[in-house]
Design a protein around this ligand. Structure first.
Ligand SMILES: [Zn+2]
Ligand SMILES: [Zn+2]
Length: 209
C-alpha cells in the first residue's frame, strides 16, 4: 500500500506562520461494498461479485442414428454484482445460444450483429434481484429480445451515465451497457431491452429510427 494518507512529520519549518492544513488527497473509493444478504443462496465471492445457486448440467440427447450422445449442455452458476470480469462462461453461453437461433428470428432481430461482435465482459446480474441460472436461461431462450439484452451486456460498452431506468435500480443486469454497432441496430441498453421494452431507454443515442 502506498502511504498516500500517512502524515509527514518534521515538515514544519517553524519560521512561517501556521498554514492551513493541506486538503486531503482525493482517494479512489476502494472500500468494499458489501452485498446485502438479500437471499440465503447468494454467495459473495469478492467485494463486488457474488454467485447464486449451482451450475446445472443437462446430459446431451441421444439422436437416432448417432453412435454417441450429443455433448452435455451446462448452464453456468448465476453471477451477480458490479465487478468487471472478462468474458467467461455466460458470455460463451449467450454467444452459443445466439448461434442456434433460426433464420426468421435472425432476420427480425439484431442477434446476428451482436453475436458477431467481440465479447467484452462477463454479463453480471443485478445482485439485489437474483434469479436462478435455469430461469435466466429459459427467459433468454424463450424471448429473442432477452437474448439481445444478454448479448448487449456481453459485447456492449458500459455507459458512463446510466439511463434513468438503470439508475433507479431496475432491470435484470447490474450495469447500464449498450451496444455501439455502426448501424445502430439496437439503441437501448441491455436492461431496457429485456422483455422487449427497449423504447423506455433514454440514453442519448436511443433516438428513434
Ligand atoms: Zn440502462
Ligand atoms: Zn436503458
Amino acid at each position: 500500500m502506498a502511504s498516500l494518507n500517512s502524515a509527514q512529520p518534521g515538515s514544519q519549518e517553524g519560521t512561517h506562520a501556521a498554514q492551513p492544513p493541506e486538503p486531503p488527497e482525493p482517494q479512489q473509493d476502494t472500500s468494499p461494498h458489501e452485498f446485502g444478504r438479500v437471499h440465503p443462496d447468494l454467495y459473495p465471492i469478492g467485494p463486488h461479485y457474488a454467485e447464486y445457486g449451482r451450475s446445472v448440467t443437462f446430459p446431451g440427447p441421444w439422436v437416432e442414428g448417432e453412435t454417441e450422445p450429443r455433448p452435455p449442455s451446462i448452464i453456468p452458476v448465476a453471477k451477480l454484482g458490479w465487478a468487471h470480469l472478462p468474458p467467461a462462461e455466460w458470455a460463451a453461453y449467450f454467444k452459443d445460444e445466439a448461434s442456434s437461433v433460426s433464420t426468421p428470428t435472425l432476420n427480425r432481430s439484431a442477434i446476428g450483429v451482436l453475436r458477431a461482435a467481440p465479447s467484452l465482459q462477463e454479463p453480471l446480474l443485478r445482485h439485489e434481484k437474483p434469479i436462478s441460472n435455469i430461469r435466466l436461461s429459459r427467459k433468454v431462450s424463450l424471448n429473442f429480445q432477452n437474448l439481445e439484452s444478454a448479448l448487449i451486456q456481453t459485447v456492449g460498452i458500459i455507459e458512463p451515465q446510466e439511463c434513468t431506468y438503470c439508475l433507479r435500480g431496475n432491470g435484470r443486469w447490474e450495469k447500464c451497457i449498450s451496444s455501439h454497432d455502426p448501424e445502430d441496430t439496437i439503441t437501448s441498453c441491455g436492461n431496457c431491452q429485456w422483455n422487449s421494452s427497449g423504447e423506455r431507454c433514454n440514453l442519448p443515442h436511443n433516438r428513434p429510427a
